[in-house]
Design a protein around this ligand. Structure first.
Ligand code: SF4
Length: 522
C-alpha cells in the first residue's frame, strides 16, 4: 500500500496557520494512484509524526511538501523504512533529496513522471533503477543529479485529474466538511519580468525583454536571472500558465459537493490568468498583455455560480494580479463572487523597489485594483512582505503608507509575511534581514487588523464549525475573516452551518462570539 504524506505548510511539524486548507497536490497524486488501481492512504504529517508505532503495511511513502517544511519532512523520513519519494515545491532545491534520505525526488510538475515511475515498476512496490529512468522527466536522484527538467505540455496536463474521493481522508484538522478545498483552475505564472536588484543596467538597456511584448524573448534572460518576483518560485517550477477545462473543474466541484465539501477555493497563482494562454501564440510570458480572457472567465464563473447555488457551496478565488484588474474585470468578479475574499499581493509600497524585486505592477496599480474590487463588492485581502532585499527606510515608510491607504479603501485584512529565500529564484542567495523597519511594518499591520476586527463586534456572521479540538469550539466564517472561538457548552458537529454574533476581539487573528441560531444539518 502507498502512503501519501501531506506535509504542505507544516514547517517543523505543526501548522500554525491555514488549518482549514486542503491543498491540491496530495489529491493529484491520489488521482494517479487510483488510475493504476493502487491502494493508498493520505495522512497529514502531524498525524504521522505523533504516532508511536507506524503501520507496517505501507511499502512506499510519497511526501508532498514546501521548502519551509524541511524539518518535519526530515523527521518523517527517519521514521519510515520503505521506498521514499519527495515531491512538491521543496524539490526546487535539488540537494534536498539526498539530504533528507529520500530515494527519489520529483521536481516541479510530477504527474507524467510519477505515472511513468509506476509503469516502470513502482506500482509493484519496487524502485526502478536509474538506467531505466533516463527518459522520465523531472526526476532527482539522491546525489543531486537529475533527468531533464521540463514543464508539462498542456495536453499532458489535461490528462490527469485530482482524486475526488481522496478528500475524505481529511477527517481531523482539517476536516473536509469544513475546510477550504482547493480546486486547481490554472497552473504557472506569466510574470517573466526579472528582479533588477543584481542586473547590469547596461545589459538590460540592450536587451529590454522585461519591458517588451516579445513572448519568446521574455523566456530567457541574457544575465541568467530567473523569471518572476524574486521571492516566488512559481515561474521556475511550473512555467507559463496553462488552464484546466471548464467541464473538468465543474465535475470536480460537483463530486466534492456530493461528499459533503462546503467550501471551494478556485486555485491558481492568479485566477485572472484562466485561459489567457488561449489569447496568444506561444508561451504566455507577459503579465498584463493581453488582459484577462473575459469570455472564458465568465463561462467558468457563471457555471460555478449555478453549481454552487444548487449545491449550497461557498466559492472563493485565490489570488489576482493587480495589473490584470480593471473596471470590467472587477465588475465581472463582483457579479459572480460578491462578498467573497480575493487575495492581492502588493508586497512593497515603493515603485522603484517593486521593479527591483520583479513585481509585474506598481504599488499604485495594486491600490487601484483593491479599490475597484472593493467597489465591486468583493473583500480584498492585501499582502505585503517585510525584510525583502532592498528594504530601507524609504521603502518601509512607503510600504506603511500603502498599507494605510488600502486599509482606508476597505481592505479586509493586511497580511505581512517575512521574506523567505526560495531555491530557483533570483533571491535564493539572499536572506531575510529583520531590522527596525521590518518591525515597524509588522506593528502597523497588527494595529490595522485589530481595528478591522473591532468593526466586527456586534455583527452576525455565517460560519462553519471547525473540527473539534480540546481547547474549545471554533468556526470559520464562510465569507472569509478571522477564526471565531464560540462560547458554548453545546457540542457542535464539524461541518455544521451556524450563525455567530461576534462579542470580542481576542487578538488580530481571532475573535470570540456566541451562537445566534442552532446548528443546521451538516
Ligand atoms: S531579461 Fe534580463 S537582461 Fe533582459 S531586461 Fe530583463 S533582466 Fe535585463
Amino acid at each position: 500500500m502507498f502512503l501519501i504524506l501531506d506535509a504542505l505548510a507544516s514547517g517543523k511539524g505543526r501548522r500554525l496557520s491555514s488549518l482549514d486548507v486542503i491543498g491540491v497536490g496530495p489529491r493529484v497524486i491520489a488521482g494517479i494512484l487510483e488510475s493504476f488501481g493502487i491502494d493508498y492512504r493520505i495522512l497529514r504529517i502531524e498525524e504521522f509524526l505523533s504516532r508511536k508505532r507506524h503501520p507496517s503495511d505501507f511499502d512506499v511513502m510519497l511526501v508532498s511538501a514546501m521548502s519551509m517544511d524541511e524539518k518535519a519532512v526530515s523527521k518523517a523520513s527517519r521514521m519510515f523504512d520503505g521506498i521514499k519519494i519527495l515531491g512538491g515545491p521543496i524539490t526546487a532545491d535539488l540537494s534536498v533529496i539526498g539530504r533528507l534520505g529520500f530515494h527519489l525526488g520529483v521536481w516541479g510538475e510530477g504527474e507524467l513522471s510519477f505515472s511513468l515511475l509506476l509503469d516502470r515498476g513502482l506500482k509493484g512496490g519496487s524502485l526502478p533503477s536509474p538506467k531505466d529512468l533516463k527518459d522520465v522527466p523531472n526526476l532527482v536522484f539522491p546525489n543531486g543529479s537529475h533527468t531533464a527538467l521540463t514543464y508539462l505540455r498542456k495536453e499532458d496536463f489535461l490528462r490527469f485529474s485530482p482524486s475526488i474521493e481522496a478528500v475524505t481522508f481529511y477527517r481531523k484538522v482539517p476536516h473536509y466538511k469544513s475546510a477550504r478545498v482547493y480546486v486547481e483552475v490554472v497552473r504557472g505564472c506569466s510574470n517573466y519580468n526579472r528582479p533588477k536588484i543584481d542586473a547590469s543596467q547596461d545589459i538590460c538597456s540592450i536587451c529590454n525583454a522585461c519591458y517588451e511584448f516579445n513572448l519568446k524573448k521574455r523566456l530567457t534572460c541574457p544575465q541568467g536571472i530567473p523569471p518572476g518576483c524574486g521571492y516566488c518560485s512559481i515561474p521556475y517550477l511550473y512555467g507559463p500558465p496553462k488552464s484546466r477545462r471548464c467541464d473538468d473543474i465543474l465535475r470536480e466541484i460537483d463530486g466534492l459537493a456530493s461528499l459533503g465539501v462546503k467550501r471551494i477555493v478556485l486555485s491558481g497563482a492568479d485566477f485572472l490568468e484562466y485561459c489567457r494562454e488561449d489569447l496568444v501564440n506561444g508561451p504566455l510570458t507577459h503579465p498584463s498583455n493581453p488582459g484577462p480572457n473575459l469570455e472564458a472567465l465568465e463561462d467558468l464563473l457563471s457555471a460555478v455560480k449555478s453549481l454552487s447555488d444548487e449545491r449550497g457551496l461557498f466559492v472563493e478565488i485565490e489570488n489576482v494580479k493587480p495589473c490584470l484588474v480593471d473596471e470590467e474585470v472587477a465588475f465581472l468578479l463582483g457579479k459572480y463572487l460578491r462578498g467573497s475574499p480575493v487575495h492581492i499581493g502588493v508586497e512593497t509600497g515603493n515603485k522603484r523597489h517593486a521593479d527591483l524585486i520583479g513585481r509585474p505592477c506598481s504599488p499604485d496599480e495594486s491600490v487601484r485594483a483593491i479599490k475597484l474590487l472593493k467597489e465591486a463588492g468583493l473583500r480584498p485581502y492585501a499582502y505585503f512582505i517585510h525584510s525583502l532585499p532592498g528594504q530601507n527606510r524609504t521603502v518601509a515608510r512607503e510600504t506603511i503608507r500603502t498599507m494605510r491607504r488600502v486599509f482606508d479603501l476597505g481592505a479586509e485584512k493586511i497580511t505581512v509575511y517575512k521574506f523567505r529565500s526560495l531555491p530557483g529564484t533570483a533571491f535564493e542567495r539572499y536572506s531575510a534581514k529583520v531590522d527596525k523597519y521590518s518591525r515597524m511594518i509588522v506593528e502597523v499591520a497588527i494595529e490595522l487588523n485589530l481595528r478591522r476586527k473591532k468593526e466586527l463586534i456586534g455583527k452576525v456572521i455565517s460560519a462553519v464549525v471547525a473540527p473539534s479540538i480540546k481547547r474549545g469550539v471554533y468556526a470559520y466564517p464562510l465569507g472569509g475573516g478571522p477564526v471565531i472561538r464560540i462560547r458554548t457548552k453545546r457540542e457542535l458537529e464539524s461541518g455544521s452551518l451556524i450563525k455567530v454574533k461576534v462579542t470580542k476581539v481576542v487578538y488580530d487573528r481571532l475573535v470570540e462570539g456566541i451562537l445566534v441560531e442552532g446548528s443546521e444539518s451538516s
